[in-house]
Structure formats: structure tokens, C-alpha cells
Design a protein around this ligand. Structure first.
Ligand code: CA
Length: 226
């Protein structure tokens, strides 16, 4: 999943980015002013935007209206020092999905981020099931037929993304857009490499293919003939 942080306090932006990256669940981009925030929010495929309100050039509410005006459904969490009830109402009425005031607890912030992303994919439950596979997105725990499977960070990120979109064909481009940040250096067959690793770990000894390749289109997760 990919998150955009729009925050002009450099230290805070770095701390939030670090906390998000440490979960290994998110690719993170940072915009340090409103103009850049709106531009990045409109140009890239984010799963969540963390939005400060008081920003240079374009303020947060204007960014929000800009995104919603262009039909962007990305969940937006306003993170701000403006803490009056009026501010909160204004933020939610402008189209944000959640509102958290500074100072805040990082654990609470991360839990809210996860919840917002789950809702985007229409998965209100933290545990996602695909056939005999179960993915606890809150604890980042994957089990297959009751057996715990250890995955590397990018393998987990890819599996979670496919599982949240189970039954749909997910293109290679979508995978790259949602799993990697702007500065990530990826090699040309990175998706294929992680897909093969997942298949090795999840399909060993099974007559069924859990992840199927749809030629020329992408990948779909869900059990089917190998
Ligand atoms: Ca600010």
C-alpha cells in the first residue's frame, strides 16, 4: 500500500514516514507544501493521504476539495494542530475520512491508517480469507491451512494487495504503483520475482494455483486449476 504524507514540518513528516515504513506495510511519499501535495495526490495512485491543514501555498482543505472535485476516492486522514470541534466538522465536511489532532499517539495513528486502507478495499474485517489462506492485516500474520507462513516484507505487501482485491485481475502496473514509492529503485522483473517467491511458499505441495497469471493482463489470487 502506498501513502502520501502532506506535511510542512520536516521533522514530523520524517517521523511519520519512518513509523509507516517500519511497519513494512507501506511505501511512503512526502510532499512538503500544498502545491506539491495536490499535484502528487492527483498524479499517483495512493491508498491513503495523511494531510496537514496549515501548509504553504495551498492549504489542506483546498487540497481536499481539489482531490474530491476530481473524483478521487482515496481515503484522507487529516492530521493537524487545529483541534476545535468546528475545525473537525469542517474537515470531515470537506471530504476527509478521519481526523486526528496533534499531538497524537503513533500507535493510534498507525491503527487508523490500517483501518482506512481496509475500508478502501471494502474489507472492514482485519482478517482476509482467500481459500485456505488467512491474512491478519492488523498483525501482519499469514497462515495457510492453519500453518504460519513467513514472508519477506515485499512478499507480504504484494500478497496483501492481491488478497484485498481477490478475484480481480491486478495488473503489473497497479502492483508497481501501489507497492513502491516514488524513489524506489525497482528492477524490471521485480513483480515476477516476488510472485514466484509467493508461489513457492504458498503453493508447495498443493495441486491448486493460488495466484494465477492472466496472460497480458496480470495476476489474480483465488484457488483455481494449476
Ligand atoms: Ca503545517
Amino acid at each position: 500500500m502506498r501513502v502520501l504524507i502532506v506535511e510542512d514540518e520536516a521533522r514530523l513528516a520524517r517521523n511519520i514516514a519512518k513509523a509507516l515504513r517500519e511497519t513494512t506495510l507501506y511505501a511512503v511519499d512526502i510532499a512538503t507544501d500544498g502545491e506539491d501535495g495536490l499535484h502528487q495526490g492527483l498524479s499517483n495512485s495512493y491508498d491513503l493521504i495523511v494531510l496537514d491543514l496549515m501548509l504553504p501555498k495551498i492549504d489542506g482543505l483546498e487540497i481536499l476539495r481539489g482531490l474530491r472535485g476530481e473524483g478521487r476516492r482515496v481515503p484522507v486522514l487529516i492530521l493537524t494542530a487545529r483541534d476545535t470541534t468546528q475545525d473537525i466538522i469542517r474537515g470531515l465536511d470537506a471530504g476527509s475520512d478521519d481526523y486526528l489532532t496533534k499531538p497524537f499517539d503513533m500507535g493510534e495513528f498507525l491503527a487508523r491508517c490500517k483501518a482506512l486502507v481496509r475500508r478502501t478495499y471494502d474489507r472492514p474485517s482485519p482478517v482476509v480469507h482467500v481459500g485456505e489462506l488467512s491474512i491478519d492485516t492488523a498483525g501482519r500474520i499469514v497462515t495457510l491451512r492453519g500453518q504460519r507462513i513467513e514472508l519477506r516484507a515485499m512478499e507480504y505487501r504484494l500478497l496483501e494487495y492481491l488478497a484485498l482485491r481477490a478475484g480481480q485481475v491486478v495488473s503489473r502496473t497497479e502492483i508497481l504503483e501501489h507497492l513502491y514509492d516514488f524513489n524506489a529503485e525497482t528492477f524490471s522483473n521485480v513483480v515476477e520475482v516476488h510472485i514466484s517467491a509467493l508461489r513457492r511458499k504458498l503453493e508447495a505441495g498443493s495441486p491448486y494455483a493460488l495466484i494465477r497469471t492472466v496472460r497480458g493482463q496480470g495476476y489474480v489470487i483465488g484457488e483455481g486449476p494449476a
